[in-house]
Ligand binder design. Structure first.
Ligand code: AGP
Length: 609
């Protein structure tokens, strides 16, 4: 999704802006641009392409300045083009970059056209720059102009604003879309996330919703939504500045897949006390709030939603607690019945997903017992607005396709159902067994990673495939869904997952020798059932690829290719089986020559509806 960088300094900021844009590339975008102030001049460069294209353009026409803003655009209103790329400028007086969607842009546009504005782009953003220009003409003060203009906007925005009439001043505004301020020594910055600025600072202020900041080299003054000056805390980021490196891997996604043993280990660090899960990992108030909880409601999107689906199986089978899971974009627009003893759980890698955030905001006024965010980004909007927080410690995830964030979400959810189950009759033996299995998990994931070579060889077979089916049962059905999502996201092969028992109710009609069918098979009470489902596929000539563990014996059959992970206990099987499915998607995408880390049309942080 769109990325913003801005800077005000006594040195040339164009290199800082370009480095920031590079670090935001992972968010997904289709055009890029920057604008700087040099003396009283405003200079802009934009390209419909990648940050490298912008860098080439900069070589041809260098820009230098001490105040500037830059942007990567993920198209919403209007195609990717130079005209639609940011920064947008009004009459050489105001330049802005924007992330978000202005919902009342059509009515504002009509009013502005009536006032004599001529539009240069198809974007919703252009109404913002015009509105600020009009207010600036009235007030003669950039900050006052932003106060007045933002009062007229409906929707979500993070904005960076500069004007050649006030060089050395950068205004930032935030409502709904994320924005951080980076604190330097005699220089200050803004960005959509901290990763963009790690090469210039480790100190950050996270703007609250409705905040507007007046930023100069000398300092930062923040106004809250009532236009009162407020102090926001300064946080020191623990991320190192080369966090965005690939450490020798060909893609971020592969690096992140291989980081999973470490990510799980870090997520479990400090979680156990005398062989039990220490519930304060969910927050100091967790014990008291959990005492009330008799049911769980989980809301999330995409991969995080799949983590929620696994949790439902765990919650009801291990912990005896009812659990309902829903896609955030559905939950937020439907009337639902809330039982007051229900814990509302959001799951999000980024903590900024607009639908999940809106669902949380709705839930906070709907009578749930408490809210818990399971999130990989400290100080994200989701963590700030939840009663309880579990921070997964996957580390920054750059590949758009979520991998290590997912497996660490599963770890958090298994711990959550265990501490809730304790209150509902789960035995201490069951808890001890789960703790033991969690402690084994990094090692189990390492063994699953050993399949990488085999999977690489196997993946060549899929280069010309256009469709694939994924099958699973029980706890492994959501894992089949996640495998299918990974494949379609990065290889653009159409893939669907089904509960294996549903095959005969429709999808079996699709099966022929051209249809690869991936089945994820656990060594549990459903084994014989899914074996029968595999026969149904075989009888129709389908090509079967079975992912299972060494404890499962399948009859030797040349039509079935089998990949086996080392023995894995049932409760952690979903986490371990995820890893080979990630590798399958990765290698197929690489063979197809796809842009693995930045798949087309997708964004890492989906901050608009
Ligand atoms: C994951 O591979 C996807 N890119 C996507 O489905 C993602 O999980 C979804 O957009 C939710 O994001 P979040 O976890 O940051 O809320």
């Amino acid at each position: 999704m769109c990325g913003i960088v801005g800077a005000v300094a006594e040195r040339d900021v164009s290199k800082i802006l370009m480095e920031g844009l590079r670090r935001l590339e992972y968010r997904g975008y289709d055009s890029a641009g920057l604008a700087v102030l040099e003396g009283n001049g405003l200079h802009r460069l934009r390209v419909a392409g990648k940050v490298n294209d912008l860098a080439d353009s900069l070589k041809q026409s260098p820009l230098k300045g001490t105040t500037g803003i830059a942007h990567t655009r993920w198209a919403t209103h209007g195609k990717p083009s130079v005209e639609n790329a940011h920064p947008h400028i009004c009459k050489d007086q105001i330049a802005i970059v924007h992330n978000g969607i202005i919902e009342n842009y059509e009515s504002l546009k009509q009013a502005q056209i009536a006032n004599g504005h001529a539009f240069q782009s198809e974007t919703d953003t252009e109404v913002v720059v015009n509105q600020i220009y009009d207010s600036f003409s009235d007030t003669g003060n950039l900050l006052e102009a932003v106060f007045a203009a933002t009062d007229k906007l409906d929707g979500a925005y993070a904005l960076g604003i500069i004007s050649p009439s006030e060089p050395g001043r950068l205004i930032a505004a935030r409502r709904g879309s994320p924005l951080v301020i980076g604190i330097g020594i005699g220089e200050h910055f803004i960005a959509s996330d901290v990763l963009a600025l790690l090469s210039v600072t480790q100190k950050f202020i996270f703007l609250a919703d409705g905040d507007i900041a007046d930023i100069t080299c000398d300092g930062v003054v923040i106004y809250d939504e009532n236009r009162k000056v407020v102090k926001r805390p300064v946080s020191i980021s623990e991320l190192s500045h080369d966090v965005a490196g690939k450490s020798g891997y060909r893609h971020y996604m592969l690096k992140e897949i291989f980081e999973q043993p470490r990510a799980v280990h870090d997520t479990l660090a400090g979680a156990f006390n005398n062989g039990r899960i220490d519930e304060t990992v969910f927050g100091q108030k967790a014990g008291k709030l959990f005492d009330r909880v008799k049911a769980i409601k989980i809301v999330a999107c995409g991969t995080s939603y799949h983590a929620g689906l696994v949790a439902r199986y765990w919650a009801e089978s291990i912990a005896n607690i009812p659990c309902d899971v829903e896609i955030a974009s559905e939950f937020r627009y439907r009337k639902s019945v809330v039982h007051p003893d229900t814990l509302f759980v959001t799951i999000s890698q980024s903590g900024e997903t607009a639908d999940t955030l809106a669902a949380l905001q709705l839930a906070r006024h709907s009578g749930f017992a408490a809210s818990l965010a399971i999130c990989n980004v400290p100080e994200s909007s989701l963590t700030r607005e939840s009663d309880l927080v579990f921070l997964t410690r996957a580390g920054a995830e750059i590949g758009v396709a979520s991998t290590k964030a997912f497996t660490t979400q599963l770890v958090a959810l298994l711990m959550l159902v265990t501490v809730l189950g304790r209150r509902l009759g789960m035995t201490s033996e069951t808890e001890a067994a789960i703790v033991g299995q969690l402690q084994q998990l990094p090692g189990r994931i390492n063994s699953a990673l050993e399949l990488d070579g085999k999977i690489n060889l196997l993946s060549k077979q899929f280069i010309n495939k256009h469709h694939a089916l994924y099958l699973g049962r029980g706890l492994l059905l959501p894992i089949a869904m996640e495998g299918a999502l990974k494949l379609k996201e990065i290889s653009y092969i159409h893939a669907e997952a089904y509960a294996a028992g549903e095959l005969k109710h429709g999808p079996l009609a699709l099966v022929d020798e051209d249809m690869p069918v991936f089945a994820v098979v656990a060594n549990n009470e459903l084994l014989e059932k899914i074996k029968s489902n595999l026969q149904e596929v075989k009888a129709r000539g389908g090509r079967l690829y079975v992912l299972t563990d060494t404890g499962v014996q399948l009859e030797k059959d040349d039509d079935i290719q089998v990949l086996k992970v080392a023995h894995v206990e049932d409760s952690i099987a979903p986490i371990v089986f995820t890893v080979p499915l990630q590798l399958i998607a990765y290698h197929i995408a690489v063979f197809k020559g796809a842009d693995v880390d930045q798949p087309r049309n997708l964004a890492k942080s989906v901050t608009v509806e």
